[in-house]
Design a protein around this ligand. Structure first.
Ligand code: BES
Ligand code: ZN
Ligand code: ZN
Length: 489
């Protein structure tokens, strides 16, 4: 998978990808009037998701070339996400035609700049061509080995920068997908820490990994209670990108849930579907991916990410339902279910990032509740916040990334559900409003910091292929967090 920028001219000899709106079946959208005629004859109309293809002989040329057309829909309804989807659809068509090198036609649309389009095209190509085939003897890679993003004479600077950003974001998202797709026998807390270290070395951010003794010294009792049962011991992973040393008081803190496997513990999950719980570290993968892109792009911000990685298993050493445990913040917690383990690790990680890393804003990302899937399905990430202006920033980031978010209410009355006569908090808020009470449990540990909580249990993994995603891990959160951070620039 390779992406290059290329100043487009009549001599370009490769196969072509034409992204075309419904209103834009004019001449310039096509390499030649003949292609336009053929596409019209094939009834290609530019609707979203529609594709068509043909072979033509360029004027004066002797090599036949293939053209893939992908529809963008109506021009006045055009969005970056429609560009990504069209690229995904176009790529599937190109794959069928066994195209190896594809060049997009230059972008000249009123609604989107050449730069935005180039970024979306690059991202979508990298995301659509991704495969998790490490364990397959017979690999089925996309035939398209390389994509050239064509630009017009005046678009060079903008397109080259956008392509670079698209590449950073696409590759960071694919890194997160790799981490999540790896099975739990491979992606242990130790391995996750090693992967974070490798990403830090590659992209230029600092990584510190604490082992059990150091975690005990910090007093992270809630985190360690969850980690107790597994022979795969916990790792506290701390990642730092201090891109704005002149403003040490501004630190964006990212916390990712890093449960490398969630069996439920003694509150055991049912066997059916348990294998999916290797994905319970998708929040961690999202923050590792976001840190990679932020460092690679040398973004001028201080960003720290923390992952309290561990595994929720069963053994005689494990914690039990009914246990009352402590936490780094000093609050006591009644464990009503050992399967509500994510909020316990997040509580300590959030307290750590505020008190030890000086985070002034906190965003946590977690595959936290099955309830968010009931509420929002697999399309939309559920969000809680204590700060509306922060949510507005996240909305901007959602628009740029195409990731869908929706806010759930955090009315104080819901906090009653996390109360118990026996401890400061209980880790289960009852069956009703499960995503909200889980988020508000974490909120008990954010002090006065502006805070966002992203429940990605529905969006981190997809059972089926999407417009530009293959089935499996989606890498959700990586691009969203990157663009969220950018709103502080
Ligand atoms: N990792 C799960 C959340 C989850 C469940 C994601 C199902 C995807 C599908 C989390 O640790 C969990 O088990 N949550 C419980 C909480 C309950 C015990 C209050 C849940 O959602 O059932
Ligand atoms: Zn659980
Ligand atoms: Zn879990």
């Amino acid at each position: 998978m390779e992406v290059r920028a290329l100043q487009f001219n009549a001599q370009v000899q490769t196969d072509l990808l034409c992204l075309v709106t419904e209103d834009e079946l004019q001449d310039y959208a096509w390499p030649s009037p003949a292609v336009k005629q053929i596409m019209e004859a094939q009834k290609f109309s530019g609707k979203p998701g529609e594709t068509s293809s043909c072979v033509f002989l360029p004027d004066g040329g002797d090599q036949p070339r293939k053209v893939v057309a992908a529809g963008l829909g109506k021009e006045e309804e055009l969005t970056l996400e429609k560009v990504r989807r069209a690229v995904g659809a176009g790529l599937k068509e190109a794959d069928k035609l066994n195209i190896a090198l594809l060049t997009t036609m230059p972008w000249t649309n009123e609604r989107l700049s050449a730069g935005d389009a180039a970024r979306a095209v690059t991202e979508a190509y990298l995301l659509a061509a991704y495969r998790f085939d490490r364990y397959l003897a017979e690999k089925k890679a996309s035939s398209v080995r390389s994509l050239q993003v064509g630009y017009g004479p005046e678009q060079e600077v903008e397109v080259i920068a956008a392509l670079k950003l698209g590449q950073s974001l696409g590759e960071a998202t694919n890194l997160a997908r790799d981490l999540v797709n790896e099975p739990a026998n491979v992606m242990t807390p130790e391995r996750l820490a090693q992967e974070a270290q490798a990403a830090g070395e590659k992209y230029g951010f600092a990584v510190e990994v604490l082992e059990e003794e150091a975690i005990e010294e910090l007093g992270m009792e809630a985190y360690l209670a969850v980690a107790k049962a597994s022979a795969n011991r916990p790792r506290l992973i701390i990642m730092r990108h201090l891109g704005d040393p002149a403003n040490p008081d501004q630190v964006l803190g990212l916390v990712g849930k890093g449960m490398t496997f969630d069996s439920g513990g003694l509150s055991l999950k049912q066997a059916k579907g348990m294998e999916a719980m290797k994905f319970d570290m998708a929040g961690a993968a999202a923050v590792i991916g976001a840190m990679s892109a932020l460092a690679r792009e040398q973004v001028r911000l201080n960003v720290v990410a923390v992952v309290a990685a561990c595994e929720n298993l069963i053994s005689s050493r494990g914690y039990r339902p009914g246990d009352i445990i402590g936490s780094m913040a000093g609050k006591t917690i009644l464990v009503e279910s050992t399967d509500a383990e994510g909020r316990l690790t997040l509580a300590d990680a959030v307290h750590y990032i505020i008190t030890k890393e000086n985070a002034s804003v906190v965003v946590d990302v977690a595959t936290l509740t099955g309830a968010v899937i009931v509420a929002l399905g697999n399309l939309t990430t559920g969000v809680l916040t204590n700060d509306d202006s922060l949510y507005q920033r996240l909305q901007q980031a959602a628009e740029k990334s195409g990731e869908r978010i929706w806010q759930l209410p955090g009315f104080p009355e819901y906090k009653e559900q996390n109360k118990t006569p026996y401890a400061d908090l209980r880790n289960v808020g009852g069956r009703e409003a499960g995503t909200i009470t889980a988020g508000l449990f974490v909120a008990e540990f954010v002090q006065d910091r502006p805070w966002l909580h992203l429940d990605i249990a529905g969006t981190a993994f997809s059972e089926k292929d999407g417009a530009y995603m293959v089935q499996g891990a989606t890498g959700v959160g990586v691009r969203l967090l990157y663009h969220f951070a950018e709103t502080y620039l």
